[in-house]
Write a protein that binds this ligand. Sequence first.
Ligand code: UDP
Ligand code: MG
Length: 342
Amino acid sequence: MSAERPVTLSIVAPCYNEADGIVEFCRRAIAAAQAVAGNSFELLLVDDGSRDATWDKLSDLAEKQKEIVAIKLMRNHGHQLAATAGLANSRGEFVLLIDADLQDPPELVSDMMAMMAEGQDVVYGQRRERKGESWFKLATAKAFYRILPWLAKTDIPKDTGDFRLMRRRVVDILLSMPEQDRFLRGMVSWIGGRQAPILYERDPRYAGTTGYPLTKMLRLAIDAITGFSTRPLRIATWCGVFSAAAAVGLLLYTIARWMAGDTVVGWSSLMVVITGFSAVQLLTLGILGEYLGRLVQQSKSRPLYLVDEIVSDGLSRTVSHTRIDRLSDRYAVVPGDRELLS
Ligand code: UDP
Ligand code: MG
């Protein structure tokens, strides 16, 4: 990698099974980057353990064009970590995080850069319209973006994905945050500074199919909630308090009936009470488990992702495993270290 060459703009795109659309993505991303940064840009493409020919195409592109850096992860780590791997290897003064499926138009970067010139730290894409997505995805996304602000203390903008342009200092701070379960859009909001939305229409996928099935979406939603709120724990406590109160009420009622010489009530009401109470208990345990599980994972402090190979400037090299520590090495913020914030 030619570390000396100053880079104005880095474009980071995680790719999972994007073989069919990646060439077109590169063409449009490079044209958009050249329009705002001349030749002072780099395009980092992270192969997140794709099962199709994505890596062959990425490494091929990186060999032919010096601005392209192809990074191959050892396996599928998920979109948020693939994006993190790309950000950690970026050098640009401004960094654009974008999906590789052309749902987010790369051409928007010129408007975003113009907003940066007005002193923003982050310009994030906010969806005005989403084309080519199922009603189910739209409905669940909508519900999620309405529930999250109520739970989370951090103000996370609604209808906003990870498509955003960030200033270097924001990227550096982001990389210094060690959480394993990453919800990047929330983490960027948490950082603060001057952040502004830019409205855009989300296009349908150019090619291929979504790599975010319901299970991954749910996981991201739970990561978002547990990462930014402990309110569910409090809700669990209140559930416990209310059901205890209900139990006492029921007990008093039963005693009163017994003293009045009433017959024993039927088993169906009993069953309802038992199943109801067990449900509350299991739910409470489940919520506790979600937080505890994440605490256990985090306490192992394993590397966030594993890089298998990087191709840049036409040179392919296998990355030694110690290099993956660069996140903590390079970006560790020790108390009193004000450099990052200056
Ligand atoms: N992606 C990834 N790893 C995954 C799933 C997705 O790197 O495990 C990438 C994918 O290639 C795309 C971006 O993340 O560039 C967004 O994924 P996708 O378009 O499948 O999600 P959707 O837009 O349907 O929510
Ligand atoms: Mg997509």
